[in-house]
Write a protein that binds this ligand. Structure first.
Ligand SMILES: [Zn+2]
Length: 59
C-alpha cells in the first residue's frame, strides 16, 4: 500500500524541485497537493541515468 505522501501540483512553477507534503495543500505556496503515487517526474532518475552511463564509459 502506498503512503499518503503528496506532491505540490504547482511545484514546476512555484519551486525548484517537488515539494512533498502529507497535507492536501502545499505548505509553501498553498497550491493543491496531489497524490505522488504515479510519480510523473523523478528529478533524480535522469541524474542516475547519466551517472550510470558515465560509470560505464570510464571503465
Ligand atoms: Zn507548492
Amino acid at each position: 500500500m502506498k503512503s499518503d505522501i503528496r506532491v505540490c501540483s504547482a511545484w514546476r512553477d512555484a519551486h525548484d524541485r517537488p515539494v512533498y507534503t502529507l497535507s492536501s495543500t502545499c505548505p509553501d505556496c498553498g497550491a493543491d497537493a496531489e497524490n505522488s503515487a504515479p510519480a510523473p517526474f523523478d528529478p533524480e532518475d535522469s541524474h542516475g541515468k547519466y551517472r550510470r552511463a558515465l560509470k560505464r564509459r570510464s571503465r
